[in-house]
Design a protein around this ligand. Sequence first.
Ligand code: PGA
Length: 252
Amino acid sequence: MTRKFFVGGNWKCNGTVEDVKRIVCMLNNGEVPCPNHIETIIAPPYVFIPLVKSMLRTDFQIAAQNCWKGKGGAFTGEISAEMLANLHVPWVILGHSERRQMCGETDAIVAEKTAYALNQGLKVCLCCGETLKEREMNETNAVVCRQVGAVAGKIACWANVVIAYEPIWAIGTGKVATPAQAQEVHYNLRKWLDCNISPQVAQATRIIYGGSVTSANCKEIGSNPDVDGFLVGGAALKEEFIAILNARNYQH
Ligand code: PGA
C-alpha cells in the first residue's frame, strides 16, 4: 500500500492581512505535484481562515491549529470542532507541543479533542514528540507511544488521522533531527500501530516529520521509508515551502 505524501504548513501565531495575502499569492503561484501525489494542508490562525479559504488554490486544504475538546457553549475564547465543520474546514492540527507545553494540554485532553473532532467529521493531524531531556534519557519511543496510545484509547478509526512526529528540541530551533533519527522514531511508531491497532492501520497511516524542516533538508529526511511527509512551521511562511512540497520528484 502506498501512502500519499502529506505536507502541512503551520503558520502558528503569525501574520497580518497583508502577510496572508502575500503568502497565499506565493502558494497559488507555486508549481507543485498534482493532488494524486501529494496532500497539502495550510493552517493559518483562526481569524484568517475565511480569508485564506476565499483566496487559496483548491488543491490545498485548510486546517485549524487547534479546537475545543467538546461541544461549543460557555467556553470563552474557544473554537469548536462544529464551527470548523460548519465553515468546511476539513483538517485540524491537535496536540502540537506548543499547546501541550504552553497551554497545559495533557495526553488525555489531546485524546478527547481528537475523538471529538473526528466525530464531527474533521480530519486530524495529531502531533507527538519528546523533549531534549527525554531523548537524552532514552525515553523518546516511550513518550511518543504514550502520546499516541492515549488517543488510541479513545478512537476506533484511524482513516482520518495523520501522525506528526515533532521532536520538541527541533521545533523552531534550526536543529533538525537527522534522517536516521526521524526514521527510527517513525518506524517505532508504525510498529506500535502494528502491534496495538492493526497491521492495516500501521501500513496506511501517514507519519510525517516536523521540526526545522527546510528546502535544504527535506529531500533527505523525506526519502526514508517511514517518513510520509512534513509538518512545516517557519519555512511555511516563505517561498521555500514550495520547494518542500517538491521534496519528492513526482511529475507535475
Ligand atoms: P518549525 O515548526 O518548522 O518552525 O520547526 C514545526 C512545527 O512546529 O510544526
